[in-house]
Design a protein around this ligand. Sequence first.
Ligand code: SAH
Ligand code: SF4
Ligand code: F3S
Length: 458
Amino acid sequence: MEQTPTLPTARATPKKVFVKTYGCQMNVYDSQRMTDALAADGYVATEAIEDADLVLLNTCHIREKAAEKVYSELGRIRDMKAERESNGGELLIGVTGCVAQAEGSEIIRRAPSVDLVVGPQTYHRLPDVLTRVHRGEKVVETEYAIEDKFEHLPKLSRAAVAKRGVTAFLTVQEGCDKFCTFCVVPYTRGSEVSRPVAQIVAEAERLADAGVREVTLLGQNVNAWHGEGPDGSEWGLGRLLFRLAEIPGLARLRYTTSHPRDMDDDLIAAHRDLGALMPYLHLPVQSGSDRILKAMNRRHTSADYLRLLERIRAARSDIAMSGDFIVGFPGETEADFEDTLKMVREVSYASAFSFKYSPRPGTPGAEMDGHVAEPVKDERLQRLQALLGEQQQAFTNSMIGRTMSTLIEKPGRQPGQKVGRSPWLQPVIVDEKVAEIGDIIEVRITNAGFNSLFADPV
Ligand code: SAH
Ligand code: SF4
Ligand code: F3S
């Protein structure tokens, strides 16, 4: 075939977008979908901020520090933009995610170098927003759009998915109606929306088709998902998991984050009957004190939580628990905190996240009496993390000598190694020659670090 010579000047270099992601897994998913939306507009993703024509900070508002980080990062990028402009170039700056939703135009007031502010429900409008920015507008888009953004986002491309690897996130539910008194999510993500079954299945099939072996379903309240089935009836998460397990190639399923109040019988049955559903459950409890749980509006007691775990463990004995904790919620006494330690000892977590309470403007918690002094929060956090750290180490060590399945994910950091994933989300390091990326193999664990495992094939 004859080649048509193309002059380099005739080919426009594609614009580059650099996306920095803060916060939870849903932001990771959203960053990918924004990149996909911009790809349709001619942008390619770059890992190097210096090369970018557009920088997007996909932000998190969950704790004060998370939001402050965004403003200090904006300061640095402003300097890059000034330098670029002094050389006749251009650099656009956008803020997306939960800070964008919560602060809106305040961001441009505080950081005038920002060109666009787009909330989580309007990502599909990004190409249009950029057109307006190029006309010289500063754009703030933070309404909860009436249209379904998932319907309007471009379909995942096979090439983009394949580049991202053999594990993937898939948002099935977004927003939250629970209004825990410490939490901004109901304000930043809006009220609960469940994607319909057909949409989720189509996306999962695309992922599987591009080589994805393990899918983690995401939602701020993922087990409250109740989507419309193909026959118009309402499905729950347990039923959805069974449906997704039928997709050829998809070998492993997970979901996060769950609320204890939404663990229904079908979902527990899925843990019992569905081999593809991994035996690892992130089920935050926040506190072990009934008084604090009530003040947090969690709407369950510590005994409810423990009973629920009993039922889950009866269904799947090797399930490992993970959780989130907040120390120093307003009114928390030493006795309340000790109830949390007691709960942690009773449950025994494979891993957990723990945080100092951070008052969020606009939430009921921020207005409560009895704010706990910072040094007290520090001290409680240290004690809790010491206990959780011991439990995590004990859990990891308990793996030595065991045989388990491992999904080979990527090359290791050391030459000659590959890294896989255990059913319990631990990195498993194996000799690179034993399997290809995407393979699921049986291994025996020979040694353990704090979180990672070393293994030989069996
Ligand atoms: N939907 C999930 C949690 C989402 S936020 C659930 O209901 O459990 C992730 C975690 O951040 C929470 O579980 C909580 O532990 C922590 N968090 C949320 N708001 C916080 C605040 N104001 N201060 C400190 N930690 C907070
Ligand atoms: Fe926040 Fe509570 Fe909703 Fe979780 S359930 S997102 S902690 S309000
Ligand atoms: Fe943060 Fe928003 Fe996720 S506040 S934790 S990025 S939902």
